[in-house]
Design a protein around this ligand. Structure first.
Ligand SMILES: Nc1nc2c(ncn2[C@@H]2O[C@H](COP(=O)(O)OP(=O)(O)OP(=O)(O)O)[C@@H](O)[C@H]2O)c(=O)[nH]1
Ligand SMILES: Nc1nc2c(ncn2[C@@H]2O[C@H](COP(=O)(O)OP(=O)(O)OP(=O)(O)O)[C@@H](O)[C@H]2O)c(=O)[nH]1
Ligand SMILES: [Mg+2]
Ligand SMILES: [Mg+2]
Lengths: 284, 286
């Protein structure tokens, strides 16, 4: 059988790696990340001796899967443990580009917190977009939680600040701050986000990314991380058949853990991110 | 780093006094890398790479054109062939149905399109056909106000086809009616059934797929699913004011044959521009 007892040479590795590369690209793993992982795998395998019971294909695939798993297995935060162990009120700010699912994700997390007997306050710090206040108000009403909002066009930082003060005064446990979607290339809006952070001083900043996004996910995560520092990532819309390779790209690019994936529009459609599950999904 | 793609390739071509096999391979390799990095469907990128190579090696440059100009011309031709070149929405009475994945910019684009037609002398109205998303009606209502057009919706009603039928009845004297629908994806059987029902009620002259420039490998398959369900006739690519290259959107167009008519360049009503294929392609390829 091809490979038994032989050494791995570049020309043997290349074609097998090619197929695996294409699989990762088709799963929306960013090209630069695929290439870096490929280099890593090649360095590990070049001139390695293959044991008698393995095929070249198996050895290479295993090496690639391990490299992928390594990029995904970042030191993670258990959100609920963090909340449990942090002085109340715990404030969490949600950021990301337009339409990724920030507002809906906040509703889901709020729902889960309530199930765990925490009290929540929502902050409507998207004071710009049409219907943003109304959208979050609907969620607040359904969840039975307080929404702190000012008028449309008001200062997002002031809303966040107010919400934290309100939570402190009323002994509420968690403040979830919804912010407006913004392009990472829009300097004014990135500055506005920095100001919200400066004024509110959130305990956690969570980047909400769209699992449907391709290579741009890396630039998004990097720019948001540079601007305000991301503590964790939530990837939404993975139910749209998106393989979610951006989980790997983002993890690799900013080294921040994926906390959850969004699997639908309902309040229960939020699942813990699992790197084994992701690795299977990427190679499946 | 992303900028290297076509600029690099073109430098190689420009510096060559003739086109030789190795140069073509190198140029095409650079273009392929740029295509994949732009989120183009991998198979489509590989397919196009083959085509580019074949054409560059077998076609003689037309009279008066250098080989290097010819290679550039081939690349643009193949892309324009997919995307469409200067296709416009006609300024005439019509019903338009907006469809697409979650969060792509459908509702915002309804307002932009509404203002576009209204400004050009066509009495335009919007119908709030999204009966699922929280405060979808309120969002479209504010968008319509900014656009200066009337809106019909039925906030308590969950049956979208019913709302659409009522809206079309109310606006039957209007020239252009634009129907907003909720986000959905191909795996949601009930929602695919719904959009088919809405289409049946609306009998739209145009079905516009709104796609975000940042969507990756799912753009093609999802566009195909929308096309199979309701027949997409035009495409609008949104959020090109970001850094996304739009290769996924191009793949969506390849799957539907629905030419791009507009691009979304921001969140305001005025942030709608006629599609410029040359600009889009050069941006995609770097
Ligand atoms: N299928 C699916 N849809 C989702 C998921 N998360 C959010 N959505 C939908 O995506 C659309 C956008 O969600 P929002 O919560 O408004 O996104 P956002 O990031 O707050 O948007 P902006 O505030 O406009 O930037 C809505 O229709 C949501 O229902 C998910 O995990 N799966
Ligand atoms: N920067 C930018 N933002 C845009 C553009 N088009 C829409 N948006 C923003 O993208 C987000 C989503 O837009 P919506 O119009 O709610 O998207 P949708 O497709 O109707 O979303 P669903 O109905 O939930 O599926 C909002 O924050 C919009 O302001 C654009 O061209 N550029
Ligand atoms: Mg929002
Ligand atoms: Mg909408």
């Amino acid at each position: 059988v091809d490979g038994w007892g032989s050494k791995l040479k570049e020309n043997k590795i290349e074609p097998i790696l090619w197929d695996l590369k294409v699989a990762l690209l088709e799963a929306d793993v960013a090209l630069p990340v695929v290439e870096e992982i490929e280099e890593e795998v090649k360095d590990n395998l070049l001139n390695k001796k293959i044991g008698r019971k393995y095929s070249i294909e198996d050895v290479i695939e295993t090496a690639l899967k391990n490299a992928v798993k390594k990029a995904l297995d970042l030191e993670t935060i258990d959100l609920y443990d963090f909340i449990k162990n942090t002085e109340k009120p715990v404030s969490i700010m949600f950021v990301g580009v337009n339409g990724t699912g920030k507002t809906t994700t906040i509703a889901k997390i709020s729902h889960n917190l309530i199930k765990k007997n925490y009290s929540c306050v929502l902050a409507a710090s998207d004071t710009f977009r049409a219907g943003a206040l109304e959208q979050l108000q609907v969620h607040a009403n359904r969840l039975g939680v307080k929404l702190i909002k000012h008028s449309k066009g008001s200062d997002p930082a002031a809303v966040g600040y107010d919400a934290v003060e309100h939570a402190r005064a009323r002994r509420k446990d968690v403040v979830l701050i919804d912010t407006a979607g913004r392009m990472q290339t829009n300097t004014n809006l990135m500055d506005e986000m920095k100001k919200i952070k400066r004024v509110v001083e959130p305990d956690l900043i969570i980047f909400v990314g769209d699992a449907l996004a391709g290579n741009d996910a890396v630039d998004q995560a990097q720019k948001f991380n540079e601007a305000v520092g991301i503590d964790g990532v939530i990837l939404s819309k993975i139910d749209a058949d998106a393989k979610g390779g951006s989980a790997l790209s983002i993890g690799h690019a900013v080294g921040k853990p994926i906390l959850f994936v969004g699997t639908g529009e309902g309040y229960d459609d939020l699942e813990h991110f699992d790197s084994d599950w992701m690795t299977d999904r990427l190679f499946g | 780093k992303l900028k290297d793609g076509l600029q690099n390739a073109m430098k190689k071509v420009a510096n060559a006094s003739h086109i030789d096999k190795n140069l073509v391979s190198e140029v095409v390799k650079d273009v392929q890398r740029a295509m994949i990095e732009s989120d183009m469907n991998v198979n489509l990128a590989l397919e196009l790479t083959q085509k580019l190579k074949e054409r560059a090696l077998t076609e003689k440059p037309p009279a008066g054109m250098t080989s290097k100009e010819h290679v550039i011309k081939i690349i643009y031709e193949e892309f324009v062939n997919i995307l469409g070149d200067g296709v416009e929405l006609k300024l005439r009475p019509q019903t338009i149905m907006m469809v697409g994945l979650y969060g792509m910019g459908k509702t915002t684009t309804c307002g932009k399109l509404g203002a576009y037609f209204q400004k050009r002398g066509l009495n335009t109205a919007l119908v709030a056909g999204d009966t699922h998303r929280p405060a979808a009606y309120e969002q479209l209502e504010q968008v319509a106000e900014d656009a200066g057009v009337p809106i019909y919706g039925s906030p308590g009603e969950s049956r979208a086809p019913k709302v659409v039928r009522e809206g079309l009845e109310k606006f039957k004297e209007y020239d252009v009616v634009i129907i907003d629908t909720s986000g959905r994806h191909s795996l949601q059987d009930e929602l695919i059934k719904e959009i088919k029902r809405i289409r049946k009620v609306a009998q739209p002259d145009e079905v516009i797929l709104t796609i975000d420039a940042s969507v990756g490998q799912q753009a093609g398959p999802q566009a195909e699913a929308f096309h199979d369900a309701v027949g997409v006739t035009k495409t609008i690519i949104t959020k090109i004011d970001g850094s996304a290259k739009g290769g996924g959107a191009l793949s969506a167009v390849a799957a539907t044959d629905a030419p791009v008519v507009f691009v979304g360049t921001g969140e305001r009503i005025r942030d709608l521009e006629k599609f410029d294929p040359k600009r889009f392609i050069s941006r995609l390829l770097g």
